[in-house]
Each structure stands twice: as structure tokens, then as C-alpha cells.
Write a protein that binds this ligand. Structure first.
Ligand code: NAD
Ligand code: MG
Length: 381
């Protein structure tokens, strides 16, 4: 039994592609989406879950009428998403985008055996809480993010103290080779045009600013219990090596594959077994030379900010994520320039309140506080 939170997105539809190709192995218990009623209803008709939920309460009637006569129950609003997350399952795939996925993730941990987590923002803002709850409820967490899936596959947990460092690879995004000034005035279309991966809008912008790698550094810190000085970032434009682990004996283990999210999703769905992907396989004949370079920390400020936030603590990590979500939304709405994203993020980091947020309530309060202050300083209009 599988529940899919965020079924209409990029990760969600790739997950459904795999599940639909293996109908004997997987049955869907619940599906959820933000606003896309027509795709959610089509997915529900094809997969026959017990329950579907849409986050936008105004869309309840639309969803109900789209599903009339199917016998599939439905609900709307945040509480309905949490109802879906609370259904007992073997695997819950967390594929909502942003901090909005935090409460669903925490709810799912109580009711699923395995949490396949693509939704990185809850790990950035609340990694310690997510992992301690998973520990408490005996829930296995399997990363879906391709870098973390790669590390998960080559990480010898029993040799944790024999790991010299983990190396997160990064494509460098669409602006790797263009000058910084040109990057700062890039359009939404230019920023969305990722060279290797096809993804949702928010993560595509994050990849262009390399904030995606920054979030992934913090994600890796929590998932693999690695201190910041053991987390490295390496630019690898071909996206064939998805990440690596270096051991103290000098051995480096890498995981490779085509840049297609169905591979890491399949790893999480079938673990510890393996399942056939519906995506492309790596064609060695077509692979260009593999190259590597150090990231330009001046151009891609986000990487340094991630190290700073890892050293500063949880409040800064929540603020980094919240300010970035505010900034990316403004950029996608064409209210600010690409260069303003990092300015707003740094502004957010200057607003972190005193204290160490621990509980869900503390984390929600800091997140809200940062968003409110940033929006007050720079209203949308
Ligand atoms: P997306 O925008 O394509 O899809 C997001 C999904 O969440 C959709 O189903 C949407 O309806 C739903 N949603 C949006 N806002 C919501 C809300 N407030 N409440 C409930 N549901 C909501 O995003 P994506 O690219 O699939 O990314 C999903 C997550 O996975 C992100 O955290 C992203 O960083 C991570 N991730 C994505 C990829 C990728 O290739 N797309 C790779 C690695 C990690
Ligand atoms: Mg990734």
C-alpha cells in the first residue's frame, strides 16, 4: 500500500509512472495535490485509491464532481491532506514542494513503515525533528533526492566514523558558464531552463541559484549525520555521477545513472529489493567526457550560506529556507530580479530570532516570523 503526497507534481507523476507499470506490487491508498483537480481526478480514476485530497479548500466542489460516481472519497484543505497522510501504508512518498510538506511528513511518519522523502524543505527546516520522530515510530526514511539516494546506496552506515566526506555533485544549473552580472538579470524562462533535469518550477529556480545544492547540504547533514566540514560540493555538469562517499582509506564510492528521477524513486519504492525503471538507462555510447570543477562560491553565494547556517544552527536553517521560498515565489511572479533572490535570502538570515527552535510549534513560529517580516519589508505590490 502506497500513499503519494503531491501526486500531480514532477516527482508525483514520475512515481505514478513506476507504480502503474508494476500493478501487482503496489496499490495506492491515497493521493493528494495542491490545486490541479483535473490531473488528480484522472490519477484517481486510473489508480482507484480510497481517498484523495486537494489542498485548496475552494476546489472541494470541483474535486467532488470530478469524482462523482467513482466511489472514491475526497476532501479539501490542509486537514484533508493530513487525513491522507494519516492513512496506514507500507510506503508514503513525500513529494509536496516546500515547507508546506512539513506537517504531512510528520503525520505520515506516524502511519507508514517507510517514508520515501523527496520533499527536502522539511528536512532543511526541521531535520532533527523529522529524524527523531522516525526513530520514535520505527519508520524507515529513504531519500529520493538523487544525490541523497546516491549516498544512501553507497553509505556504509556501520562504518559511519570511517567516512572522510560525502561529495554532493551538482550540475551547476543553467548559469554555470555565464558571467555573474548577466546571471543577476536573467529572466524566469532562462532560470527555468535546466540543462539536464526536468523538474517543478521551485526546484528549477533553486538549481539556477544553486540554493538547491545549499538545501541539499543541510538535507545531507541530517540524513547522514555528517558535520559541515565533511560535506563537499563538486560541479559535474554531465549529471552522470549523482554523488559520492569518500572513506578514510581513500576509496571513493559513487552511484551513477541517467539523470532521471525514476531511478532514485524506484530505489526507494523497492528497497531493499530492486525494481525495473520505466525511465531511460544510461547510454555509455552517448555519454560525453565526465568533467568536474569546484563551485564558484562568489557567484553562487548559496553554498557558503549553507555552511554558515549549518554552523549557526536550526534558526538559521529555517530562515534560509523560508526566505528562499518567499524570494523564489516573488521571482516566479516576476516581481524581483534573479539577483534579488540572494539579497532577500541574506535579509532573511539577518532576522533570525534568538533561541533554538525544537518543537514543531517553535519551528512553525520562526518560519512564519521570517516570512511575515520579509513580506512587510517588501510587499508584493
Ligand atoms: P512540483 O511543483 O512539480 O510538485 C509539487 C506537488 O506538491 C504537486 O502535486 C502540488 O500540487 C503539491 N503542492 C504544492 N503546494 C502544496 C501545498 N501547499 N499543499 C499540498 N500540496 C501542495 O514539485 P517537484 O519538482 O515534484 O518537487 C517536489 C519536492 O521534491 C520538492 O521538495 C523538491 O525539492 C523535491 N525534489 C524534486 C526533484 C525533481 O526532479 N522534481 C528532485 C529532487 C527533489
Ligand atoms: Mg537533488
Amino acid at each position: 500500500m502506497v500513499t503519494l503526497l503531491g501526486s500531480t507534481g514532477s516527482i508525483g507523476t514520475n512515481t505514478i509512472d513506476l507504480i502503474a507499470a508494476h500493478p501487482d506490487q503496489y496499490r495506492v491508498r491515497a493521493l493528494t495535490a495542491g490545486k490541479n483537480v483535473s490531473l488528480l481526478a484522472a490519477q484517481a480514476k486510473a489508480l482507484q485509491p480510497e481517498f484523495v485530497a486537494i489542498a485548496d479548500p475552494a476546489l472541494w466542489h470541483d474535486l467532488q464532481s470530478a469524482l462523482s460516481g467513482t466511489g472514491i472519497a475526497c476532501g479539501a484543505g490542509e486537514s484533508a491532506i493530513l487525513d491522507a497522510a494519516a492513512m496506514t501504508t507500507d510506503i508514503c512518498v513525500a513529494a509536496i514542494v516546500g515547507f508546506a510538506g512539513l506537517k504531512p511528513v510528520l503525520t505520515a511518519i506516524r502511519h507508514t513503515k517507510t517514508l520515501a522523502i523527496a520533499n527536502k524543505e522539511p528536512l532543511v527546516a526541521a531535520g532533527a525533528l523529522v529524524l527523531s520522530m522516525a526513530d520514535e515510530f520505527g519508520t524507515k526514511i529513504i531519500p529520493v533526492d538523487s544525490e541523497h539516494s546516491a549516498i544512501f546506496q553507497v553509505f556504509e552506515t556501520h562504518h559511519h566514523n570511517r567516512v572522510k566526506k560525502i561529495i554532493l555533485t551538482a550540475s551547476g544549473g543553467p548559469f554555470r558558464t555565464i558571467p555573474i552580472d548577466q546571471m543577476k538579470s536573467a529572466t524566469v524562462e532562462q532560470a527555468l531552463a535546466h540543462p539536464n533535469w526536468s523538474m517543478g518550477a521551485k526546484i528549477s529556480i533553486d538549481s539556477a541559484s544553486m540554493m538547491n545544492k545549499a538545501l541539499e547540504m543541510i538535507e545531507a547533514h541530517y540524513l547522514f549525520n555528517m558535520p559541515p566540514d565533511k560535506i563537499d560540493v563538486l560541479i559535474h555538469p554531465q549529471s552522470v555521477i549523482h554523488s559520492m562517499v569518500e572513506y578514510i582509506d581513500g576509496s571513493i564510492l559513487a552511484q551513477m545513472g541517467a539523470p532521471d528521477m525514476r531511478t532514485p524513486i524506484a530505489v526507494a519504492l523497492a528497497y531493499p529489493d530492486r525494481m525495473k525503471t520505466t525511465g531511460p538507462l544510461l547510454d555509455w555510447g552517448a555519454v560525453p567526457t565526465l568533467t568536474f570543477e569546484k563551485p564558484d562560491l562568489e557567484k553562487f553565494r548559496a553554498i557558503q550560506l549553507a555552511y554558515d547556517c549549518l554552523n549557526e544552527g536550526v534558526g538559521h536553517q529555517i530562515a534560509l529556507n523560508a526566505a528562499n521560498e518567499v524570494a523564489v515565489e516573488k521571482f516566479l511572479n516576476r516581481r524581483i530580479s534573479f539577483g534579488d533572490i540572494m539579497r532577500i535570502v541574506e535579509e532573511g538570515l539577518s532576522l533570525v530570532p534568538q533561541g533554538t527552535p525544537k518543537t514543531l510549534g517553535d519551528i512553525l513560529a520562526v518560519d512564519q516570523d521570517i516570512r511575515k517580516k520579509l513580506i512587510q519589508r517588501e510587499p508584493l505590490n
